[in-house]
Design a protein around this ligand. Structure first.
Ligand code: V47
Length: 377
């Protein structure tokens, strides 16, 4: 074949996207291998626009990390502690409930509760925490417990995962967050989180949650020891599970924060990597309605730029997410709603305040916000 007839690897991907065809693993690799970030971004942006148009979502939410005591001690996690170690903490049920009450009073629609796998905290306390939050914030959506916490509670109580999920649903849990997925590849899990549930178990918990009527989200922790093949494999496993159940609401890539972890020698992902992961995810996860840019991990400025690389959601006001704070992420611990509205508008999108299930709370179209847009008249 002469050089002029060699096709560049992105052309067939662009053709497939234009024909509405599903992308293959080879296409996924071509996206990650491409040096033409803007071309990859344009493709993802056009795909996103076909799904969500000019809307960009955000939610008023609050994270509550009830304990950092954890049996797993994953290499990438600077949050976890052994029981009794300096810096270890466990909030009382009343402290969690107070934080939830305060959040609801400030307009939070979603309360995101996760913690470590505590070796001695009884399940009865976990349950009281949820019933307490439900009573204190009756109209807030409770998004609680990663798949690995669910497996831990089920083990402690001698219950099946399905029964545990049903019990938590009765107590007041409305959906599961996507944490703990990390990267599904056993090769990497063996190094970075050997004590944690496997990728297969994570997927099984989410399939079970969907079966019992709980929606969930999905994450991928990237920018540590994984290869691009392993990223594509992770995304494909999510796509396959979503084909089966349809229960995932959104995908959230989590940019590895190395600073205070046992993998601090690693540089962490670059900005180009952050944008490429979002764009590739948007294109490969054709059965996911939403892709979130989680500003806590990337900073609000890059999260804003992510709206041009496949993301349609900036997640939330967040408030006090300790997992990233302890890992050295220094992008702030909360952002006011007015700031999310401002950055979305400044990107030329319509800010849509959503609830936890993507129901529209308010469209902040031009003219009904009070914030100033410097440089725009
Ligand atoms: O489970 C831990 C990851 C997760 C680090 O579901 C780290 O809507 C980066 O899951 N660098 C917690 N990531 C955050 C999370 C999340 C956030 C926002 C929205 C949703 C959702 C989920 O963060 C953990 C773990 O996978 N993590 N340490 C670190 N050093």
């Amino acid at each position: 074949m002469s050089p002029s007839t060699v096709r560049d690897p992105l052309t067939p991907v662009e053709e497939k996207v234009a024909r509405g065809e599903r992308l293959s693993a080879a296409d996924g690799l071509a996206l990650f291998e491409s040096d033409d970030l803007l071309r990859v971004g344009r493709l993802a942006d056009a795909f996103r626009k076909g799904r969500t148009g000019d809307d960009a979502y955000f939610v008023v939410n609050r994270h509550i990390n009830y304990t950092n005591v954890c049996l797993n001690r994953c290499q990438f996690c600077a949050f976890s502690r052994d029981e009794g170690e300096p810096g270890a903490y466990t909030l009382d049920v009343s402290e969690v409930v107070d934080k939830a009450r305060e959040a609801a009073a400030q307009g939070a629609r979603e309360i995101h509760i996760v913690g470590g796998e505590h070796p001695t905290l009884p399940y009865a306390s976990i349950r009281s925490m949820i019933t307490g939050v439900r009573a204190a914030a009756p109209s807030a959506h409770i998004k609680a417990f990663t798949a690995s916490e669910i497996v831990h509670f089920a083990r402690v109580e001698g219950m099946s995962v399905e029964d545990m999920l049903r019990d938590l649903k009765v107590a007041g849990v409305n959906s599961l967050p996507g944490g703990g997925a990390e990267i599904f590849a056993p090769r990497v899990r063996e190094i970075v989180c050997p004590a944690k549930i496997s990728g297969e178990q994570w997927l099984e918990v989410h399939r079970t949650a969907h079966r019992v009527g709980l929606k969930t989200t999905a994450t991928m922790l990237y920018g540590h020891l994984e290869t691009i093949e392993e990223r594509v494999d992770h995304l494909f496993k999510l796509r396959e599970a979503q084909d089966e159940t349809g229960g995932f609401q959104a995908f959230i890539p989590l940019a590895f924060q190395p600073k205070k972890t046992r993998l601090a020698q690693l540089p962490g992902p670059s900005g180009v990597d952050d944008l490429k992961v979002l764009a590739a995810a948007r294109l490969l996860l054709d059965n996911f309605a939403h892709i979130k840019a989680y500003w806590v991990m990337t900073g609000l400025k890059l999260a804003q730029v992510s709206l041009f690389f496949g993301a349609d959601d900036l997640d939330g006001t967040v408030v006090e997410e300790v997992i990233s704070l302890m890992s050295g992420a220094d992008h702030g611990q909360g952002v006011p709603k007015s700031e999310l509205i401002r950055v979305i508008r400044d990107a030329g999108r319509v800010p849509v305040e959503r609830d936890a299930l993507y129901g529209v709370v308010e469209r902040h179209g031009e003219g009904n916000g009070s914030e100033v847009r410097p440089g725009k008249s």
